[in-house]
Design a protein around this ligand. Structure first.
Ligand SMILES: Cc1cc2nc3c(=O)[nH]c(=O)nc-3n(C[C@H](O)[C@H](O)[C@H](O)COP(=O)(O)OP(=O)(O)OC[C@H]3O[C@@H](n4cnc5c(N)ncnc54)[C@H](O)[C@@H]3O)c2cc1C
Length: 471
């Protein structure tokens, strides 16, 4: 069978070689034509359609080590799949050996120490459901099907970020299989340079097999959900959003979005497909305080739908899942913002009116709080001046509509990027965004990351990612 080497050559792998490799593994192996190959190789964004030569569904760290040994013996191109949610499809590469971690989804919660140890193939929902049993939560993202590994290695933010910082600010250790197939531990005491690099530098330094998260008391019941209005109310709703966000306590995280109304049961049928504006909120403190904090949202204007209520935190974490299914075509543009200017709101409304797919949305996420209290150099995720994220999220079904939807997202971005801090989120970069965008995401931490790369992966084995070249 044909496979690709790291330097882009095509080589023949003999069947006997593959058979002896399989003998070293516990998990299943798929090659093109096998039942299970297509399911494993596909990722969330249907714009990405790549065909790895071999997919190994690892069952544990020993499988990961065997894969790394095999990759090095044959100089193979390697890609690593966590949750497969990266919009640029970084989890997959033509001709590569795909190390698929999606069977490694164990979570162990230490309630005394308030730590969750999660295997790197976990989705966010795996960690949320196990930690919420104990009224605890890790700082993770908004959609439960996203992989913890890609999210964490790029920084990570969600409803709890305002209280406790980036996801990586809450990681206390990682287990890593290195480029030379050794198992190491990375913490602030053990291999601290590697640990630093992993806190935002992506999968550039090794295969992470487990992540230890510091947990915080949250819920199980919180106040969370969405209130939606007809888009004609957008100028006032965005003004309300700005005002409330500026004075919101750290427990309250506010998100606003504009999009065509999805066919959700809580929205009137005659509004489905029509433009709406909405505020999504999570108050992670005491529910009675949460109810007071969100009252001005619920009583504002004439909402067409309101599901901002007391609910289990783990349920809130799945609320957006249906809006982001695997298999659609996606294209995003994104920037960090220092504040929300009135002029930005005007442009937000104007470009939302030009959305050309029923699934696209313009979103503002609130971040400000704990993450702003550290220095940029604290970890490569940096961007400690970011207070909001603007996401221009194109989503549609048919390849024939690619051009129009991509053009919409780019036009909106070109018109709004002047409001940026100059920084962007590495995990939201699409496949056409190059080195200058990696630089915008990692800023002045990039040169130190290159030094860490030289030490831990001098031959750039981990290259199918937002790649940092060794010095
Ligand atoms: C619907 C949706 C919602 C999202 N919401 C949020 C959000 O709320 N907050 C947020 O911060 N981000 C969010 N993101 C962005 C998300 O953080 C990135 O897409 C992230 O890359 C997803 O991780 P994954 O494991 O699913 O990715 P994958 O596509 O599997 O991998 C992404 C990258 O990480 C590398 N990688 C994966 N696992 C490992 C590992 N174990 N060791 C080393 N390298 C590894 C891969 O090689 C690849 O380069 C969202 C994305 C989507 C699609």
């Amino acid at each position: 069978m044909k496979a690709k080497t790291m330097d882009g050559r095509e080589i023949d792998l003999q069947q006997a070689t593959l058979d002896s490799f399989k003998m070293r593994l516990k998990g299943p192996v798929f090659v093109p034509g096998d039942v299970g190959y297509d399911e494993s190789r596909t990722v969330w964004n249907a714009m990405i359609d790549r065909k790895p030569a071999i997919v190994v569904r690892c069952l544990g760290t020993s499988d990961v080590i065997a894969c790394m040994q095999f990759v090095r013996e044959h100089n193979l191109l390697l890609c690593i799949k966590g949750g497969g949610h990266n919009i640029a499809g970084l989890a997959t590469a033509d001709g590569a050996l795909m190390l698929d971690l999606s069977l490694m989804r164990g979570v162990w919660v230490d309630t005394q120490q308030k730590i969750a140890h999660a295997q790197a193939g976990c989705l966010l929902g795996d960690v949320d459901s196990e930690t919420q049993v104990h009224g605890l939560a890790a700082v993770l993202g908004f959609v439960s099907k996203t992989g913890i590994a890609g999210l964490t290695l790029g920084g990570g933010f969600g409803y709890l970020t305002r209280r406790w910082g980036w996801t990586v600010d809450n990681v206390i250790g990682m287990d890593v299989v290195t480029a030379d197939a050794n198992m190491v531990r990375a913490t602030s005491d053990e291999n601290p340079d590697l640990f630093w690099g992993l806190q935002g530098g992506g999968g550039n330094f090794g295969v992470v097999t487990g992540i230890d998260y510091a947990l915080h008391p949250v819920g199980p019941e919180v106040v969370g959900g969405v209130v939606a209005w007809d888009a004609s109310e957008a100028p006032e709703v965005l003004k309300l959003y700005r005002t409330l966000a500026e004075k919101a306590p750290p427990e309250l995280t506010l998100v606003t979005f504009m999009r065509p109304a999805p066919p959700a049961p809580w929205l009137p049928k005659d509004m489905h497909g029509k433009p709406i504006v909405a505020i999504l909120a999570c108050h992670s403190g005491k529910p009675e305080e949460g109810e007071k904090a969100v009252a001005p949202i619920k009583s504002f204007g004439s909402p067409i739908g309101d599901v901002l209520v007391r609910r289990p935190y783990a349920q809130l974490q799945t609320l957006l899942d249906a809006t982001q299914p695997k298999g659609r075509r996606y294209y995003w543009k994104s920037e960090y913002l220092p504040r929300i200017e009135p002029e930005l709101c005007e442009k937000f409304i104007a470009h939302s009116a030009k959305i050309c797919s029923p699934h696209s949305a313009m979103i503002l996420f609130q971040l400000d709080g704990e993450l702003n209290r550290r220095e940029d150099e604290h970890s490569p995720v940096g961007n400690r001046d970011a207070r909001y994220v603007l996401n221009i999220g194109g989503a549609w079904e048919q390849a024939a509509d690619d051009k129009a939807n991509i053009a919409w997202a780019r036009d909106a971005w070109n018109d709004m990027k002047a409001f940026s801090t100059g920084g962007t989120y590495i995990n939201f970069l699409t496949q056409d965004e190059g080195p200058e965008r990696i630089e915008a995401a990692l800023g002045r931490n990039l040169s130190r990351l290159a030094e860490v790369k030289s030490q831990w992966d001098p031959e750039n084995v981990f290259r199918t990612n937002r790649n940092i070249k060794p010095v």
